[in-house]
Write a new protein. Structure first.
Length: 161
């Protein structure tokens, strides 16, 4: 039996709620995008303060600390590191474990790229590289790379072109 599914959305935001990076892998309207942002923020808020936040030094353990929720057939996963919050939504075979792995890969990439701390300012300073990393992690809603070493090599190849 083959389960269909895909990553529907990946988002990185500041602790204050400013969206820094967002990818919707299906074309949806702006009002629908706003509804998804609201669902994610409400789900995170209902999980309790700090319940899914890890210290920067524990970034490599992010996947084990993610908050999870469901909305219909979709899985929602979120976690924070420092001043940044990471969110993902998926369907079908893209369950909470796969989405947590996506967030782990994104957080590890941010750590490898930024090297100075998980802050909004540092994320914006390295925005282009973080976007390239996310594009390596998820392409058209399909998870492709989840290790920082693989992502880093792919980014270097793109930068060489």
């Amino acid at each position: 039996m083959v389960l269909a599914g895909r990553v529907l959305c990946v988002m990185m935001a500041s602790a204050s709620g400013h969206v820094i990076l967002e990818r919707f892998y299906d074309p949806i309207s702006e009002p629908e995008q706003m509804r998804w942002r609201d669902r994610l923020h409400r789900a995170e808020a209902s999980s309790g303060a700090g319940a899914s936040t890890v210290a920067e030094s524990d970034c490599d353990k992010l996947a084990t600390r993610c908050g999870v929720a469901r909305h219909g057939d979709e899985n929602m996963v979120w976690c924070g590191v420092g001043d940044l919050r990471f969110y993902a939504v998926g369907s079908g075979e893209y369950d909470e474990y796969t989405l947590a792995e996506v967030l782990q890969a994104l957080a590890s990439s941010v750590k490898g790229i930024v090297k100075k701390g998980f802050t909004e300012a540092h994320a914006f300073e390295h925005y282009g590289m973080i976007c390239l990393a996310l594009d390596e992690i998820v392409c058209d809603g399909v998870v492709e790379a989840t290790t920082w070493d693989t992502i880093r090599r792919a980014i270097k190849l793109k930068m060489a072109d």
